[in-house]
Design a protein around this ligand. Sequence first.
Ligand SMILES: [Zn+2]
Ligand SMILES: [Zn+2]
Length: 254
Amino acid sequence: MKLKFLGTGTSQGIPIIGCDCEVCTSNDLENNRFRSSVLITTEDEKKILIDCSPDFRQQMLVNDEKNVDVILITHEHNDHIIGLDDMRPILFRKKKRAMSIYCQKRVADDLKIRFAYAFAEEKYPGAPSFQLNIIDKDEFKIGNTKIQPIHVFHGKLPILGYKINKTAYITDASFISDEEKEKLKDLDVLILNCLRDERPHHSHFILPEILELNEELRPQKMFLTHISHDFKLDKMKDLPSNISIAYDGLEIMC
Ligand SMILES: [Zn+2]
Ligand SMILES: [Zn+2]
């Protein structure tokens, strides 16, 4: 399958509005980051979007992507869901009644509040429709592709990562239990959030924790995402050989 990073930045993106730090003013386009999201193209040509960021519209346009079949949501924070209204042109073009979304029950309840107009009985013409599928099993299938939810913590909030074949996408985590780590051993690709290179954060991994996880889980390849402007540029160069910093538009085969 193919995995494209549509966005690799933390909740405010990079550059941050009005910030004149070294990272936000960098000329290197790899330091421009939309909010975090990936688009997967499966072997049977299904387009699976993980999270729908505030930048979703721009992400689709700059990558010349036209289609989404299914959305997997990791959690309900704004930077992971608020682009959902922009499913409208995709639903319209495909003459689809509703976009299929997979998420936890708590997330589904939150989506019904945040996007109340999409769930109203009498809807404004043209409003989007979402079909919510609650994840309550250890695995489920989208087309021929097996999806395994990975239960992690974002501070105190229990959220989901997703394992698809031998690739796992985990964003916004700060804790992974030993039991869930078992599912993350022997991976070809492990994608993890890494907010910055130092100073612990209450709800995000930082680089020293990532380096420990790399030693413990030993993925063939690790990509870091959900990066903030506090991740110093020189620290990005000095990483173990299997770890790369993801950037917007990066596409990998996995
Ligand atoms: Zn986030
Ligand atoms: Zn900055």
